[in-house]
Ligand binder design. Structure first.
Ligand code: ADP
Ligand code: MG
Length: 208
């Protein structure tokens, strides 16, 4: 099991973590969102939607409809609020079919129907730290998804000053607007020029 914990200072940062996770998901994956009312589950799903190429602004908690479906350019998103659901039959009646191969599933209150979800889900637990900060724990079964999520969510060195920067930081991949501006300055002053003939290797490096 791979487990990663990230603290986000704002709703926007929580969305960015959701977005970063979505980039690593594949259709058929199921994200179970744990946390009390107001923890930030729907906020996280908005980020998942953005990462899958769905209309993130349209995402609202489907408390009364049980399920919302958002078409996306990378995968569709089905967003379920199981708070009022008592059985898998009720879920099926609402049109929820976990495991559909063209869809990522994001489930709020999964513990209401624990038997309904596929094996090896991605578990996300959001815990308030204070009014504007949340602790987000992401648990993924061991395997390539765990490796990819770990590589995506772990902090990386700022290209300007090498301070650690998380993907939830507003200035990613830089640690601050100052370092972003310094990098831009290096571009403008020609420090990133390649002064020998361009080889195919140079082009490949940027796509890794
Ligand atoms: P849930 O779906 O868990 O009930 P929502 O995502 O609907 O919660 O609401 C979370 C609330 O908490 C929103 O009002 C949001 O603005 C607020 N909030 C404050 N700080 C954060 C944060 N760091 N991450 C997510 N939400 C936050
Ligand atoms: Mg919600």
């Amino acid at each position: 099991m791979g487990a990663f914990t990230i603290e986000t200072p704002s709703p926007e940062a929580t969305e960015r973590v959701g977005r970063a996770l979505a980039m690593e998901l594949q259709p058929g994956d199921c994200v179970l969102l744990h946390g009390d009312l107001g923890a930030g589950k729907t906020c996280f799903v908005r980020g998942l939607a953005a990462g899958l190429g769905c209309d993130a602004a349209a995402v609202h908690s489907p408390t009364f409809t049980v399920m919302s479906r958002y078409p996306g350019s990378l995968a569709n998103l089905v967003h379920v609020d199981a708070y009022r659901v008592n059985s898998t039959d009720e879920l099926r009646d609402a049109g929820v079919e976990p495991g559909a191969v063209d869809t990522v599933f994001a489930i709020e209150w999964p513990e209401k129907v624990p038997e309904a979800w596929p094996e090896r889900p991605v578990d996300v637990r959001i815990t308030p730290v204070d009014a504007s900060a949340r602790s987000i724990e992401i648990r993924v079964a061991q395997g390539t998804l765990a490796e990819r999520v770990g590589a995506t969510l772990c902090a990386k060195p700022c290209p300007s000053c090498e301070a650690a920067v998380g993907p939830f930081d507003a200035n990613w991949p830089f640690c601050s607007p100052r370092c972003r501006a310094a990098d831009l300055g290096r571009w403008f002053s020609g420090q990133y020029q390649i002064t020998r003939p361009i080889e195919i290797r140079d082009l490949e490096e940027g796509t890794e």
